[in-house]
Design a protein around this ligand. Structure first.
Ligand code: GNR
Ligand code: NI
Length: 169
């Protein structure tokens, strides 16, 4: 088990489109375990492989209060999204300290493989729905700040650049 470094916006590697996982094997299971450890350590509800600079379609999440319901989704595909949309406050481990409203379909149905290579179908609403959509965006190279206005995004970039410079001093 190991903690993995998380890429921070505006790192261009966050815009990489992930490739499908071709085989769910021990390498993928070890990566899932490291991603879960990294997610729990960072107190996140989800983590996409893109954020740890691995460009394969896989994500982990745990939206439970007790932090004891880890889920691994490999090659997730959206099979249905509701027409009704809801706006929620989102944050991202790759955009530290920034929270803003994002509108998305309220409910989704997703098909994926689990860490054993078995097909699973998830019907999600609430935080699970938001989190799955947020993570699937990462796998497409999309970060939630891209839903915000150009002006807000500019302010976020300069704030994070400045924070990075202070760290390097
Ligand atoms: O920990 C996280 N919380 C969160 C809150 C609202 C909407 C989405 C998220 S996902 C985020 C972890 C993360 O960055 N995953 O990519
Ligand atoms: Ni994120």
């Amino acid at each position: 088990m190991a903690l993995l470094p998380i890429l921070s916006y505006p790192d261009p590697r966050l815009h990489t489109v992930a490739k499908p996982v071709t085989l769910v094997d021990d390498r993928i299971r070890a990566l899932a375990a490291d991603m879960l450890e990294t997610m729990y350590d960072a107190k996140g509800v989800g983590l996409a492989a893109t954020q740890v600079n691995v460009h394969e379609r896989m994500l982990v999440l745990d939206v439970s209060e007790e932090r004891n319901q880890p889920q691994v989704l490999i090659n997730p595909e959206l099979v249905w999204a509701s027409d009704d949309r809801v706006k929620n406050e989102e944050g991202c481990l790759s955009v530290p300290g920034i929270f803003d409203g994002v509108e998305r379909p309220s409910r989704v149905k997703v098909q994926a493989l689990n860490e054993h290579g078995e097909s699973v179908t998830i019907e999600a609403d609430g935080l699970l729905s938001i989190c799955i959509q947020h993570e699937m965006d990462h796998l497409m190279g999309k970060v939630f700040v891209e839903y915000l206005s150009v002006l807000k995004r500019m302010r976020i970039k300069s704030k994070l650049h400045k924070a990075q410079r202070e760290l390097e001093r």
